[in-house]
Design a binder for this molecule. Sequence first.
Ligand code: TMP
Length: 204
Amino acid sequence: MSNKPVIVFEGIEGSGKSHHINIVSKYLKKKKISFFKIREPGGSINSEKIRKLILSKKSNFNPNTDLFLYAASRSENIDLLRKFYKKKVILVDRFVDSTIAYQHYGLGVNIDLIKTINKNILSGFKINFTFLNIVNHKNMLKRLKSRKSLNRYDNFNKNFYNKVQNGFIKLSKINKTKYKIVNSNLDIKLNENLIIDKVKKLIK
Ligand code: TMP
């Protein structure tokens, strides 16, 4: 029987994570491998409602409130994630590392609070592998410019995104065997192949 891993795609805005998750989805579809794909914040009906609230440009919540809202959005997804856990390949567009990178490294929220909340929400749900997409500021801005609409989290300054990306990199170093850093400043096809090769090994 093949493996049914939980695979997470992380990275700052414009890092190409959503592109790569779509490439992996297409590959799994082609191979007729059942999978479940979800994004955070969002994904389930209730979580999408929370997404709208957090990311609306009209919102101006403080960093702790953002943490609680991102956590609320995850809490609304966890039953769905559990339903498919170890039954289907699960692809997640952002997860706990995003909360630590943005809310702690970016906005200074207490890391222990973030860990405690997530430990309670996740209890026993484990990630098998994370693709961390990294991008330089110039390319990030170029990709954001081509988007139809921008949200409240697309408008921070360069220093903020540097802190967030460095935070992601720090997290990836804690357990190197469970992360692959994808340099999105390099050739996109090269990265697609690299990711698919790793996915093949993960689901074998
Ligand atoms: P997206 O652009 O990938 O859809 O993500 C929406 C924004 O939400 C993005 O700027 C990252 C941010 N975010 C957090 O700040 N904390 C979190 O826990 C998650 C999941 C996302």
